[in-house]
Design a protein around this ligand. Structure first.
Ligand code: GLY
Length: 422
């Protein structure tokens, strides 16, 4: 099987490594990729938001399967273009990708499917903002305001704050730039990311993972695309995972079928495990980053065959997934000033170590690897348990040198210390 992966992050690096372990995968290509993926796949610099360009590349490469990593090409309909060209594609149609691309659509689908989620309101008129803010946050009994961009924002469009002025300023700046705002009630409880491979009404869950969205230790500072993750979640009972699949993911998949936009690809449910049970924080239409780096490190089943089956309507016939024992931890190395405008162009040393997955990296003509994005690398450690996996990941990341870079030191720590209780 010849597989073309679309994207340039550590998630795509992890996808390539897992695909390479599949005995049926004999050729890999990536567009546009990064300095790390160039070592394991043919690399092509095409505009991945253009369906035509991706189809041309997939045809030239004679791809049997195209796997689309990021949300932007999916929301723009690149998967539709690939499928229209007769090439199997892992990734939802433009219509189904609205589950991530338009939060108001996702809320409507969840409402129709009877799925628990935060109370919410869309504000698209600045004159209505103050009254709407009064219906959320501390005035309504919630500990904080949750203010989101209704569209795509790479995880950075969300502000959760008990400070009304900060909530208002974020909402007003979104409205000023023409973006409708979603106000939500605050969901308490530990967060879980459950990735499900979905084709129509067939749903195959992967291992549950936990993501760390704030930039600083102890969940402090600004929201990011994700600073680290670990899997599996020993503190999450199997029955809760089963209830998420049966009461959240399957009803949403069925509702999308009913609406004429069946989902085919990776449906990512982000949930809070509240005192009243799981409630959806968000859906994404693709593998999450950095959870994928941890989850796929433990996957023993052949990934290419799984994704190809989903892309060709054969998901229901797949054998159960097999996982390695133990745990995996992914820690993100971010550039100075991330999640603000990152410092770029610095030489990175130590990135050749085992377990390093590249994201914002570029190889210079002289062979040096330099930083070219906010999240620069993910370092994945695996081990017999979370403590062992953390030790490996932190041992490697501590030896990488990039001026001004930073990483969280507490990825998976609360779980390793038994401090997550439901
Ligand atoms: N880990 C968050 C995301 O992928 O959106």
């Amino acid at each position: 099987m010849r597989v073309l992966v679309i994207g340039s992050g550590a998630r795509e690096h992890a996808l390539l490594l897992a695909l390479r372990r599949d005995p049926e995968v004999d050729a890999l290509a990536i567009a546009p990729g990064n300095a790390g993926t160039a070592a394991i796949a043919e690399q092509h610099d095409v505009d991945i938001t253009s369906g035509d360009e991706v189809v041309k590349l997939a045809t030239r490469f004679a791809a049997d399967l195209v796997v689309i990593g990021p949300e932007v090409p999916l929301v723009l309909g690149v998967a539709d273009a690939v499928r229209s060209a007769g090439i199997a594609c892992f990734g939802p149609s433009r219509d189904a990708a609205r589950i991530e691309g338009a939060k108001s659509f996702a809320k409507d689908v969840m409402d129709a499917a009877g799925v628990r989620t935060a109370r919410s309101e869309i504000v698209d008129n600045p004159a209505r903002l103050d009254a709407a803010l009064d219906r959320f946050g501390p005035p309504s009994g919630d500990p904080a305001w949750v203010v989101k961009d209704d569209g795509l924002a790479a995880g950075k469009g969300v502000v959760v704050t008990a400070d009304r002025d900060a909530a208002r300023a974020h909402a007003a700046s979104l409205l000023d730039s023409g973006h409708p705002v979603l106000l939500e009630s605050f969901l308490d409880g530990p967060e879980v990311s459950l990735f499900c491979v979905v084709d129509g009404e067939s749903v195959v869950p992967l291992l549950a993972a936990q993501d760390f969205k704030r930039v600083g230790d102890g969940d402090t500072g600004a929201n990011t695309g994700g600073m680290g993750a670990y899997a599996p979640l020993d503190w999450l009972p199997d029955e809760v995972v089963t209830s998420i699949v049966d009461e959240v993911v399957k009803p949403v998949a069925a509702e999308l079928v009913t609406r004429g936009c069946p989902f085919s690809g990776l449906l990512y449910a982000g949930l809070a495990i509240t005192s009243r049970g799981p409630a959806v924080v968000e859906f994404n239409c693709r593998f999450g980053d950095p959870e994928t780096q941890a989850v796929l490190a433990l996957l023993k089943s052949p990934l290419g065959q799984l994704l190809h089956a989903a892309a060709t309507g054969e998901l229901a016939d797949q054998p159960s997934l097999q996982w390695s024992d133990g745990a995996a931890v992914a820690v993100v190395l971010a550039a100075e000033n991330y999640p603000g405008r990152p410092r770029v162009g610095d030489v990175i040393t130590g990135s050749e170590a085992s377990g390093v997955l590249h994201a914002g990296t570029t190889r210079r003509d002289d062979g040096a690897v330099t930083s070219s994005g906010g999240r620069v690398l993910s370092v994945v450690g695996t081990g017999a348990d979370l403590n062992a996996a953390r030790e490996v990941a932190y041992g490697v990341i501590g030896a990488i040198r990039l001026p001004g870079s930073h990483f969280r030191t507490d990825i998976g720590l609360a779980a390793a210390e038994g401090r997550i209780n439901l």
